[in-house]
Design a protein around this ligand. Structure first.
Ligand SMILES: [Mg+2]
Ligand SMILES: [Zn+2]
Length: 163
């Protein structure tokens, strides 16, 4: 049997870019955090880096798919300048008040399960770094190891928790 891949899933706001207290609606407000060398270390250890983020602001009409794509281009560009490549960015565009229930809005594990399926991941060797309890709930439900950080905490401080 070919060996499965491993990944570090990453929440977006408060982990990769500064937490603004609510959805980031404009690319001008999107401030990338300096976790370049921490993520490069994980990448060099063979982890795929996959973003998993709730974007219920789409369902609320606070920003468009186009604006979100701009933010994600910015995120990828800045990290790529430091040698870090994100394999994929999964986002939930739903919000229960506007689009009803879905299976991907965290604390549901849908975004992680999509990543596990698409990239043939071994969940037990994969991690999810997030700054909210709902991220940890999603991690547990998907069978991956959850790592709870404070918002905007440098990821270098939790590298030791990843084998
Ligand atoms: Mg967050
Ligand atoms: Zn969803």
């Amino acid at each position: 049997m070919p060996e499965k891949n491993k990944a570090v899933f990453l929440d977006r706001d408060g982990v990769l870019n500064r937490e603004m207290g609510d959805y980031v609606c404009r690319v001008e407000d999107f401030e990338v955090l300096n976790n370049f060398s921490a993520l490069k270390t994980l990448q060099d250890k063979g982890y795929l880096l996959i973003v998993a983020t709730n974007q219920g602001g789409l369902a609320k009409g606070w920003y468009s798919e186009d604006e979100l794509a701009k933010m994600h281009r910015q995120l990828k560009k800045v990290y790529s300048e430091h040698g870090v490549e994100f394999t994929d960015i999964f986002y939930c565009p739903h919000h229960p008040d506007f689009t009803g229930d879905c299976d991907c809005r965290k604390p549901k594990p849908g975004l992680l399960l999509r990543g596990i399926e698409k990239y043939n991941l071994d969940p037990s060797k994969s991690y999810f770094i997030g700054d909210r309890e709902r991220d940890m709930t999603a991690a547990t439900a998907a069978g991956v190891n959850g790592i709870l950080v404070d918002s905007d905490q440098p990821l270098s401080e939790v590298l030791g928790m990843i084998v």
